[in-house]
Design a protein around this ligand. Structure first.
Ligand code: PEP
Ligand code: MN
Length: 355
């Protein structure tokens, strides 16, 4: 996938900030938020015009009537304007209104038909498009949506990490699962990557810490929902901050350097590389032994998966975690993966021999 830099995202090393209300609610509300943001140094204004709500009956956005309000923000305040599009009709109307940046929402990214429709409507247009991650943690679906846009000739693409939905009680509205944006960044280092802490958090108190985490992970910028009267917002009231709170959050962010040439770093990195090499060697040795055990199990007519043995191994490793200051869940996940790969290897031994 090939794409160009997004010129208006060039902030001279500062994190890029896109801010504005979850939804455009009225012309006064839009102008008031935009004016306050502009005076605090924000240059890209967001507002949802068409709102994809999970349940019907909630505020579903003002629709195209709100586009002239955004156009006013652009002409009177000189800000860039951004909104979400989910259909070809949205694309046409947003382009007609002079919207500068479009974004594809999480529910839309999860639907290749909808993304294709948007991509087709954008053919021949030169506009930056930001693609939010799909609601489910599927990196291929996220990449696929961007590819559809690139294939339609869109050259300026960015990704927005807004977390992933899950079932049950949770601390975040949408679990961050940072490993996905990290993997995306690894595969496409030049792709602008923004974080939307508002939709990850679901509550304003968590926005600062999530924004800091995004900065620490070298994200290029933030999209933060901002409203002059968040408590009365017609959508996402719990997670919106005031323009002053936004400034306070941005002011507290610590920026760390990306590349450090210090010899200490080189030394540490070499050690890490050596440890990783050892881990890989050990892992392949472990798989070799697993295959040999697979042969034995086959000869003795034993089933591959022995639950008591698995539980015993897990218990043993959990004991190491506290001492090693490693999160027990992380170790569990690592060993679950290693174990499932061993099982896969043993099953393939069985199948090879049965064939
Ligand atoms: C939004 O940005 O207001 C929005 C609806 O976001 P998401 O698609 O991430 O839910
Ligand atoms: Mn929202």
């Amino acid at each position: 996938m090939k794409f160009d830099k997004i010129d208006i995202f060039n902030t001279g090393g500062q994190p890029l900030v896109i801010a504005g209300p979850c939804s455009a609610e009225s012309e006064e509300q839009v102008m008031q938020v935009a004016t306050e943001l502009k005076s605090r140094g924000v240059n890209i204004f967001r507002a949802g015009i068409w709102k994809p709500r999970t349940r019907p009956g909630c505020f579903e956005g003002v629709g195209k009537d709100g586009l002239p309000w955004l156009a006013r923000v652009k002409s009177e305040l000189g800000m860039y304007i951004a909104t979400e599009v989910a259909t070809a009709e949205h694309v046409e109307q947003a382009l007609c209104a002079g919207v500068d940046v479009l974004w594809v929402g999480a529910r839309t990214t999860a639907n290749p038909f909808a993304v294709q429709e948007i991509a087709d409507a954008l053919r021949g247009c030169d506009i930056p498009v930001l693609v939010k991650n799909p609601v489910n943690p599927d990196i291929e679906l996220w990449i696929g949506a961007m590819e559809r846009l690139v294939n339609a000739g869109i050259t300026r693409i960015g990704a927005i990490h807004r977390g992933f939905s899950s079932y049950g009680e949770k601390c975040f509205r949408n679990a961050p699962q940072w490993q996905l944006p990290i993997e995306l960044h690894r595969r496409f280092p030049g792709l602008p990557l923004l974080c939307d802490p508002s939709h990850i958090a679901g509550k304003r108190e968590l926005i600062l810490s999530l924004s800091q985490q995004a900065m620490d992970l070298n994200f290029d910028g933030l999209m933060i929902e901002t409203h002059c009267n968040p408590y009365c917002a017609l959508s996402d009231a719990r997670q919106q901050v005031t323009p002053d709170e936004l400034v306070a959050i941005l002011g507290k962010l610590v920026r760390r350097t990306v590349a450090v040439d210090g010899t200490d770093f080189q030394g540490y990195r070499r050690q890490i590389d050596e440890i990783d090499n050892e881990l890989m060697k050990l892992l392949s040795k472990r798989m070799e032994i697993a295959r040999e055990i697979g042969e034995l199990k086959r000869e003795k007519g034993m089933v591959v998966f022995q639950p008591y043995r698995y539980n015993e191994i897990m218990e043993r490793y959990m004991k190491f975690c506290a001492d090693a200051r490693i999160e027990a869940d992380a170790v569990r996940e690592i060993f679950e993966l290693i174990h499932s790969e061993s099982i896969r290897q043993q099953l393939s031994v069985m199948n090879d021999n049965d064939a």
